[in-house]
Write a protein that binds this ligand. Structure first.
Ligand code: ADP
Ligand code: MG
Length: 400
């Protein structure tokens, strides 16, 4: 552990690269704590830019934009999966940047990310890196059926193709444009979970409780969190693995590590996100310190205290599909064609006890677009599930 640096106190200006919903929620918390905020995002209507003290509207690598951000801020963080690591490296010459360009560069590349997990002694899915026709030919049959994933720029299931035969694998690599890919063996999943850790510059590390996640079409749909939600053994292993991954990167900031739980109970790491994560949104309403406050504390070198979950919680993701769907199971994609968007029945949803609505201020609903989320807190897991299923039915989210 290194010496504790002097904290940046409220009144200072905190910057964020990327203006999406994660940046918006970061800005809200930073402002609540008395900080000024600056957002750099090329979109004039970005969710975070709309609520920040300052919005620098340039590309991420624009030298003038970066210089302006550096001049305004006393520390900078990032919120977006694919902000160029080089933008962070440039800023780091002038002011503290967390997480580091190095950590972000590893998280942005599936092949490097997997190598890092292996180096930390954390189990990964059997896989092969494919960057050439020779490597493609050498892929062992044991990796099929598998999922071919682009090494870079994938998110929410984009840039992935499922393959069962060698012919399909060859065709899939061509379809992905022969870019660098990782082929992963398809694993029999009993479930998925994730852990959010926050690590300070002094090496102190705290974590949120283990989240159980349900993905649909490669996108997070539901997160459920309460004690006993995953077995004590899995929870303990997942937290230890996430901490090892953070420590191995000498990470500063909030990091989410996602896991597969296999049918035999074994835990396999899937991927990491160098920022707050969709699966941590429940912490806004169910924990005494949210993942966004942890992000503020890390970058400002404030003390990290172990967050406490005070209520069982369920988070429902609100995708743009819901603006086109009818309640109770209409096919949202089918319903979308030619249909006008209509606002979901918020008043009815908010009549249910313990519902907390978070909308990101995006102007247009589109299928698959993350528009917001609904957190449900209750005194017991059963009560949270009952309300969550009622809310899901009202919104047109399939039951879970
Ligand atoms: P993204 O970066 O788009 O989130 P992931 O690699 O996390 O991509 O994959 C998205 C989802 O696809 C996962 O959450 C999981 O449900 C499923 N998936 C991914 N890889 C595997 C695998 N090797 N075996 C089984 N399911 C997988
Ligand atoms: Mg994922």
């Amino acid at each position: 552990m290194s010496a504790t640096p002097k904290p940046l106190l409220p009144g200072a200006t905190l910057g964020v690269l990327g203006g999406g919903q994660l940046g918006r929620m970061f800005v809200h918390v930073a402002q609540r704590m008395g900080y000024q905020t600056a957002v750099l995002d090329p979109d004039a209507q970005s969710p975070a830019g709309l609520v920040s003290h300052h919005h620098i509207c340039t590309n991420y690598l624009d030298p003038q934009g970066l210089a302006q951000l550096g001049a305004l801020c006393q520390a900078v963080t990032t919120e977006f999966e694919n902000v160029p690591a080089d933008a962070l490296a440039q800023l780091a010459r002038a002011l503290p940047v967390s997480p580091s360009a190095h950590a972000v560069a590893i998280a942005q590349d599936r092949a490097r990310e997997k190598a890092h997990f292996v180096q930390c002694g954390v189990p990964v899915a059997p896989h092969a890196v494919i960057e050439s026709h020779d490597q493609l030919a050498l892929v062992p049959d044991s990796l099929l059926p598998g999922i071919l994933k682009t090494s870079r720029m994938g998110y929410d299931g984009k840039g992935q193709l499922r393959v069962t035969t060698r012919e399909e694998l060859n065709a899939a690599w061509a379809q992905l444009g022969h870019v660098a890919c990782v082929l992963e063996k398809m694993l029999p999943l009993a479930g998925e979970c994730s852990v959010i850790v926050a690590r300070g510059r002094d090496g102190s590390c705290v974590h949120l409780p283990v989240q159980r996640n349900l993905h649909r079409d490669g996108i997070l749909a539901v997160t459920e969190v309460w004690g006993g939600n995953v077995s004590a053994e899995v929870a303990q292993q997942a937290v230890a693995a996430a901490q090892a991954v953070a420590q191995g990167l000498d990470y500063v900031g909030v990091l989410c590590v996602e896991f597969f739980v296999l049918a035999d109970g074994a835990l396999v790491v899937n991927e990491m996100a160098p920022r707050p994560h969709n699966s941590g949104h429940y912490s806004q309403d169910a924990c005494d310190v949210s993942q966004f406050e942890l992000q503020v504390r890390c970058m400002a070198d404030l003390p990290l205290t172990q967050p406490r979950q005070h209520s069982p919680a369920i988070m429902l993701n609100l995708l743009g599909d819901l603006w086109f769907s009818q309640p109770l199971g209409a096919d949202p994609k089918g319903a979308c064609h030619g249909a006008a968007a209509s606002e979901p029945p918020w008043a009815q949803v908010l009549a249910l006890p313990g519902t907390h609505l978070h909308l990101y201020g995006k102007h247009e609903a589109r299928v698959g677009r993350k528009m917001g989320h609904l957190n449900i807190t209750a005194a017991t897991p059963q009560a949270a599930r009952t309300v969550a299923l009622q809310a899901a039915a009202l919104l047109g989210v399939a039951p879970f």
